[in-house]
Design a protein around this ligand. Structure first.
Ligand code: C2E
Ligand code: MG
Ligand code: MG
Ligand code: MG
Length: 292
């Protein structure tokens, strides 16, 4: 009796599959429209440099502001975008809008950090990916050294010859490259010798338990050491607790990202955060009138 529901759904599986296919096609249609009609939006998560206590970079993370369902996280539509090929226009939308926001902040003189953008392996498959990127950035009159691309080990392993030539072009142009989710990809480390890479981002699955798991601590430590030996910056992702931060400081990790500092937030919320920070710094400097 316990399994009735399950058996029933198994029995109707073919119809479910049809329903799934229909839902898939509908979602694809909606996502295509979302890209054209600017229903996408970028959130930003700050990256903090431990030696100075300063924010030095913002990671742009896309969300879908759906007219009915509200804010949808990327985990729910990036895989569909990759499967359907929509990741190409989506990726271009993200790059264009990240540059537009960067320009707005520069002109307002309020936020002057590096901007990190995630790039899907599919985008690297395009024969003219580097040309397209360079065209967009030139059009926007943005200094490419403000930009960092986050790629994963799977991007690198897919077609090493092609990837290295794309990365070299991007690097010559002035864009920095970081390896996202470092340590969980099934990949050889030899690429680190030959590829123009600036930064390793330790996957958050290692960071999660560094304060109470000896193996995770050992792996994190080893990645930091490897990075520094190769002259790379090292970022720890997913820092949620002070105890993790303390360990990362001791192990000389360069920068951190995570809920402890801030989750990804909208451009408007970020401006508020920066304004409050500037205000509190000013108040620390100046003797307060009420006190004197
Ligand atoms: P990612 O690039 O590794 O981004 C980090 C993810 O971890 C973000 O999820 C972020 O919200 C989350 N995170 C940050 N700090 C913490 C923390 O302290 N604890 C926990 N539990 N999570 C934390 P988000 O925004 O849902 O993005 C998920 C993934 O979607 C990203 O992983 C990236 O692979 C992909 N993605 C996001 N935006 C884009 C985009 O514009 N283009 C492409 N191609 N992929 C994107
Ligand atoms: Mg990332
Ligand atoms: Mg990551
Ligand atoms: Mg990830």
């Amino acid at each position: 009796a316990k399994n009735t529901g399950k058996n029933k759904s198994l029995h109707y599986e073919p119809e479910h599959e049809k329903a799934n296919a229909a839902a898939y096609i509908q979602l694809e249609t909606e996502l295509r429209k979302a890209i054209q009609e600017d229903q996408l939006t970028l959130y930003y998560q700050p990256r903090l440099e431990l030696s100075t206590g300063q924010i030095i970079c913002l990671e742009a993370l896309v969300r879908w502001n759906h007219p009915v369902h509200g804010i949808i996280p990327p985990g729910e539509f990036i895989p569909l975008a990759e499967e359907s090929g929509l990741i190409l226009p989506l990726g271009e939308w993200v790059l264009r809008h990240a540059c537009m926001q960067k320009k707005k902040w520069l002109e307002a003189g309020i936020i002057n950090y590096q901007l990190a953008v995630n790039i899907s392996p599919c985008q690297f498959q395009e024969h003219d990916f580097a040309d397209k990127v360079i065209r967009v950035i030139d059009q926007m009159h943005i200094d490419p050294s403000f930009l960092e691309f986050e790629i994963t080990e799977s991007t690198i392993m897919h077609n090493m010859d092609k990837t290295v030539s794309i990365l070299e072009r991007l690097c010559d142009y002035g864009i920095s490259i970081s390896i996202d989710d470092f340590g969980i990809g099934y990949s050889s480390l030899s690429y680190l010798k030959h590829f123009p890479i600036n930064c390793l981002k330790i996957d958050r699955s290692f960071v999660k338990n560094i304060h109470n798991n000896h193996s995770d601590l050992a792996i994190t430590h080893a990645i930091i050491h490897l990075g520094h030996t190769l002259n790379l910056q090292v970022v720890a992702e997913g820092v949620e607790e002070l105890s993790q931060l303390e360990i990362l400081r001791e192990t000389k990790c360069n920068t951190i990202q995570g809920y402890l500092l801030s989750p990804p937030i909208s451009a408007q919320e970020l401006e508020l955060l920066i304004a409050c920070k500037a205000l509190s710094l000013r108040q620390d400097d100046e003797p307060r009138e009420e006190c004197s």
